[in-house]
Design a protein around this ligand. Structure first.
Ligand SMILES: N[C@@H](CCC[C@H](N)C(=O)O)C(=O)O
Length: 289
């Protein structure tokens, strides 16, 4: 019998990126991939990412987070979900700052308004073996990868960045001109990405504005992906396409991202919404034992 039966959760979103927050601090239970998939399968608790809070591992932090995709796989980074967790952990108290941790490192969060947070997403990892890629590429601003006919590729030469999770960014004129629902799975699972990858199409509008559409590893097309927005905001100035402070427009809305000159940290600012609170019914986990 699942330890999650009757447990409360928050259904939230960050720019339409569907997030469920589950606070397991004080408990020993670790959500299994089957439990995560079962939670996602129920309409009331459907998510793109499930943010599970555990007791802090590092003194001074508020929680350790395990992040599940809808397919039950784990990610060490989720920008939109981290803002939702920041809201959940500071609601009803006077604190404006908190510190979260994932396997990728520490994430300092700061309240900007009642429903808006900035997250310090840390420093990007840019070496080929940090993404990771299956073979060496000295320059990760554009790697040799293409899809479609060899002499007329549909998409080619992506930039790659790790924000604690792997991202590939294809530079295009119009993000709507491509069938990302068809191309996304092929690229996500390409052998060059041993841990799969989040796949973005990015269309630079000006040195301060980029339009982005994302096929997420383990989740598919989503309304927004915070870590992908950060990856684009790093890859674009590396290629001389934008400055270090950009507005990223995703299908669900805008994120403001700054790749700070002073320390190389990526700061992401954006909104969150609470949709409802609920409790997990026993039937949800009938098939997970
Ligand atoms: N939507 C997230 C990213 C979630 C993780 C991703 N699908 C992965 O597996 O790396 C975000 O807002 O960053």
């Amino acid at each position: 019998m699942s330890a999650l039966i009757g447990h409360s959760f928050l259904k939230m979103n960050g720019l339409g990126n569907e997030i469920v927050v589950l606070d397991l601090r004080g408990k020993r239970h670790v959500v299994t991939p089957a439990e995560a998939r079962a939670i996602a399968a129920a309409p009331a608790s459907h998510f793109d990412q499930l943010m599970v809070l555990h007791d802090p591992r590092t003194p001074g932090t508020d929680a350790f987070m395990r992040i599940y995709n809808v397919d039950g796989s784990l990610s060490a980074s989720c920008g939109n979900g981290t803002r939702c967790v920041a809201w959940a952990l500071t609601r009803g108290d006077a604190r404006d700052e908190l510190l979260l941790e994932t396997d990728a490192g520490l994430l300092a969060c700061r309240r900007e308004g009642e429903w808006s947070f900035t997250v310090d997403m840390g420093t990007p990892r840019l070496r080929w073996d940090e993404i990771p890629l299956a073979e060496e590429f000295r320059d990760t601003r554009a790697i040799e990868l293409q899809i479609g006919p060899i002499d007329a590729p549909v998409l080619h030469s992506p930039s790659v960045v790790s924000m604690g999770n792997p991202h590939a960014i294809f530079w295009v004129d119009d993000v709507e001109a491509y069938d990302l629902a068809r191309l996304g799975p092929l690229l996500e699972n390409h052998p060059i990405f041993p841990e799969r990858a989040n796949i973005s199409l990015a269309a630079v509008q000006s040195p301060e504005h980029v339009i982005v559409k994302v096929w997420e590893r383990g989740a598919g097309l989503t309304r927004a992906c915070g870590s992908a927005a950060c990856a684009v905001a790093v890859a674009a100035p590396r290629k001389g396409l934008t400055g270090r402070k950009v507005r990223i427009t995703l299908p669900g809305g805008d994120l403001l991202i700054e790749w700070r000159e002073s320390d190389g940290h990526v700061m992401m600012t954006g909104p969150v919404e609470l949709e409802h609170e609920g409790r997990f019914a026993a039937e949800l986990f009938a098939e997970t034992a």
